[in-house]
Design a protein around this ligand. Structure first.
Ligand code: CAA
Length: 382
C-alpha cells in the first residue's frame, strides 16, 4: 500500500497551500464578517487551475485527478471555508457532470470557461419540499408543442453560488408521473429570461458563499441545453453528488485542521496555574484526539478519491468520508473553542468561525442521516 503522492500532486497541494495561506487566510475573517463573496480570490483560483482541478487541460482545467482535488480543497478550506465551498460546487457539481455527460458543444460553451474560473456554476436540485428526498421534485420542464425545447417552472432552495453564478445545472421533472426516472438535467444561463434569485440567505456560517432561492417562471430552455437524455437527471445528480461528497469531506477536513492548529498554537501561548495550558493533560488529550480524528478523516477522503480516480464505484466510500469528516469537523471545532475558553466565544478569535462553518458540512450535499442510509444500503446489499 502506497500513500505517497506523485510530484504533480505534491506541487498542486503546495501551490494551493501557499496561495491559501498568503492570499486567502488573511481575508477569511473579513469575508465572514462582511458576508462578502471573494470574487478576486475566485478569479485567482481560476488562474491556478483550482476551479477545474480534475478537468483535462483541453477543457480548461488543470488536468489533475480527484486526489489532487481533495488535497487542494483541504488547503483552501483550511484558510477559508466559504471559498472552499464555492470552489467545491464549481468543480464537483458543475464541471464534473459537464465532463461526463456534456456534448462537445455544451463543453465548449460552459466547461471551458467554468474550469478556467472565468465563469462560475451552481447546482439546483433541492426544493422547498425536496431536500433529502431528492426524487420528490416539483419543478417541471414541459416540452414545447414543436418539441424544440422546454418551459420550466418551479422553485429551488439553498442554491450555493446562485446569486453570483453564470450557469445553473438544474434538475426538473420532464415526466412527473415517472418518479426519479422522470427527472432530467438542464444547463441554464443564470441571466436567462424567466430565471431569478431571491435575497441572499443570512446564514450561521460560510457567509462568504452566497446562496439563495431560485425561481423559474415560464423559463424557456432549448432542447440543446438538456444535459444527457430525458430521464437521466437523477443519476446525473447522484453521480455528481458522489464526487461532491469527497469535496465537502475535504472542506470539512480543512475546517477541522484550521480549528486544531489554532487551538494548538493557543495552548502553547496561554498560561494557567503558572504554565502553558499545553502542559496540562486535559488539553493534551483533546489535542491528541483531534489530530487522530483528522488523520482518520483524511485517509477516508484519500481512499474515496483514489477509487474515483481508478474509475471504480465510490458511492459508499464518498459517503463514509463525508459522514466522518463532517462529524470530525464539528467535534474538533467544538473542542478547539473549548481550548480557547472565554476567548473562543469572542469573534476576535477564529475558533467561533470554525465552529459555525463546520455545521453546514453535516447538512449539505446529503445530511449525515442520508450518508448513513447510503452506507447502510450498500452494507445490506453485500
Ligand atoms: N450513483 C448512480 N446512481 C444512483 C446513485 C449514485 N450514487 N444513487 C442512486 N442511484 C440510482 C439507483 O441505482 C436507482 O436506479 P434504478 O432506478 O435504475 O434502479 C435510482 O438512482 C434511485 O435510487 P434510490 O431508490 O436509492 O433513490 P431514493 O429516491 O431512495 O434516494 C437518496 C436516494 C440517497 C436518499 C438520494 O435522494 C439522496 O442522495 N438524497 C440527498 C440529496 C442531496 O444530497 N442533496 C444535496 C443538494 S445539493 C447541495 O447541497 C449543494 C450545495 O449547496 C453545496
Amino acid at each position: 500500500m502506497d500513500l505517497s503522492f506523485t510530484p504533480e500532486q505534491t506541487l498542486l497541494r503546495d501551490t494551493a497551500r501557499d496561495f491559501a495561506q498568503k492570499q486567502v487566510a488573511p481575508h477569511a475573517a473579513a469575508i465572514d464578517k462582511q458576508h462578502r463573496f471573494p470574487r478576486e480570490i475566485i478569479a485567482q483560483l481560476g488562474e491556478l487551475g483550482l476551479m477545474g482541478v480534475a478537468i483535462p487541460e483541453e477543457w480548461g482545467g488543470a488536468g489533475m485527478d480527484a486526489v489532487s482535488y481533495a488535497l487542494a480543497l483541504e488547503e483552501i478550506s483550511r484558510a477559508c471555508a466559504s471559498t472552499g465551498v464555492i470552489m467545491s460546487v464549481n468543480n464537483s457539481l458543475c464541471c464534473d457532470p459537464l465532463l461526463k455527460f456534456g456534448s462537445d458543444d455544451q463543453k465548449k460553451q460552459w466547461l471551458l470557461p467554468l474550469a478556467a474560473g472565468k465563469k462560475l456554476g451552481c447546482f439546483a436540485l433541492s426544493e422547498p419540499e425536496a431536500g433529502s428526498d431528492a426524487a420528490a421534485q416539483k419543478t417541471v420542464a414541459k416540452k414545447t408543442a414543436d418539441g424544440s425545447g422546454y418551459v420550466i417552472n418551479g422553485t429551488k432552495n439553498f442554491i450555493t453560488n446562485g446569486p453570483v453564478a453564470d450557469l445553473i445545472v438544474l434538475m426538473a421533472m420532464t415526466d412527473p408521473q415517472a418518479g426519479h426516472k422522470g427527472i432530467s438535467a438542464f444547463l441554464i444561463d443564470a441571466k436567462a429570461e424567466g430565471v431569478s434569485f431571491g435575497p441572499v440567505d443570512d446564514k450561521l456560517g460560510i457567509r462568504g458563499a452566497p446562496s439563495a432561492q431560485l425561481f423559474l417562471s415560464d423559463a424557456p430552455v432549448a432542447a440543446s441545453a438538456r444535459l444527457g437524455n430525458e430521464g437521466d437527471g437523477f443519476k446525473i445528480a447522484m453521480t455528481a453528488l458522489d464526487g461532491g461528497r469527497i469535496g465537502i469531506a475535504a472542506q470539512a477536513l480543512g475546517i477541522a485542521r484550521a480549528a486544531f492548529e489554532a487551538a494548538t498554537r493557543y495552548a502553547t501561548e496561554r498560561k494557567t496555574f503558572g504554565q502553558p495550558i499545553a502542559n496540562h493533560q486535559a488539553i493534551q488529550f483533546k489535542l491528541a484526539d483531534m489530530c487522530t480524528e483528522i488523520d482518520a478523516a483524511r485517509l477516508l477522503i484519500w481512499r474515496a478519491a483514489a477509487k474515483k480516480d481508478a474509475k471504480a464505484r465510490f458511492t459508499t466510500e464518498a459517503a463514509m468520508a463525508k459522514l466522518f469528516a463532517s462529524e470530525v469537523a464539528n467535534r474538533v471545532a467544538k473542542e478547539a473553542l473549548q481550548v480557547f475558553g472565554g476567548y473562543g466565544y469572542l469573534t476576535d478569535f477564529p475558533a467561533e468561525r470554525h465552529y459555525r462553518d463546520a455545521k453546514i458540512t453535516e447538512i449539505y450535499e446529503g445530511t449525515s442521516e442520508i450518508q448513513r442510509l447510503v452506507i447502510a444500503s450498500s452494507v445490506l446489499k453485500d
